[in-house]
Design a protein around this ligand. Structure first.
Ligand SMILES: Cc1cc2nc3c(=O)[nH]c(=O)nc-3n(C[C@H](O)[C@H](O)[C@H](O)COP(=O)(O)O)c2cc1C
Length: 193
């Protein structure tokens, strides 16, 4: 294999989910985040619908979003099910992160392209961000916790019913070194005929 393969393999294998609590509070320059986001735009897309959309929170807006997320949880949870710990987790989830990026599949107007394929394209776009971040020395974490998939989040973000909130990506710097592992080898997951 050539050098490009070795480089991209290392980036793919070294990407780790680093929880925002393990980030160190240092700020990533907005320009770097923009460069990383540009990689999302190169995801493959059936019918060229390019359905990925991102809402980026930076600086004070990070904590503001976390507060709004916590409040959404409170407003949409019956009193008897409300857990202060979950509220606090969302409230403080971004305390040490630099940016929060909400990844959205915006359903296009080409009905012959199934929603599943637009979700797939957006998932690939997200992976481009995670890999780009890894290559740039930025820690990342894709979360679907809290109200990510709740209709209230869609409403809050002013999305259409057919759009999908795919996840919340936390970006920051981290001093942690995380080891990766997989439950089974690839040989057990690929069948050659
Ligand atoms: C669609 C999706 C949603 C995820 N949501 C969460 C989450 O809400 N909380 C969490 O701890 N990890 C979440 N993760 C991250 C996984 O925990 C992580 O990818 C897995 O443990 C493997 O670790 P690695 O990413 O370092 O290889 C999510 C991953 C994906 C793909």
């Amino acid at each position: 294999m050539n050098e490009v393969f070795s480089t991209i393999s290392a980036v793919i294998k070294n990407r780790r989910s680093i929880k925002p609590a393990k980030m160190n509070g240092k700020k990533i320059p907005d320009e770097q985040v923009k460069e990383v986001l540009k990689l999302a735009n190169w995801a493959p897309t059936h019918g060229r619908t390019e359905p990925w959309r991102f809402i980026v929170y930076s600086d004070d807006k990070v904590k503001q979003f976390c507060y709004q997320h916590a409040e959404l949880y409170k407003a949409n949870t019956p009193v008897e099910k409300f857990e202060q710990g979950i509220y606090d987790k969302q409230l403080h989830n971004g305390d040490l992160a630099s940016h929060i990026v909400i990844a959205i599949m915006q359903r296009g107007d080409v009905p012959k392209i199934p929603a599943l394929e637009e979700i797939a394209a957006t998932a690939i776009a997200i992976q481009n961000i995670l890999l780009g971040a890894t290559a740039a020395g930025i820690a990342s974490f894709l979360s679907t916790s809290g109200l990510t998939h709740h209709p209230a989040m869609k409403n809050f973000l002013q999305l259409k019913d057919e759009d999908v909130v795919m996840g919340i990506v936390y970006l920051g710097y981290s001093d942690e070194k995380m080891e990766g592992n997989r439950r089974t080898e690839m040989d057990e997951k690929a069948t050659w005929k």
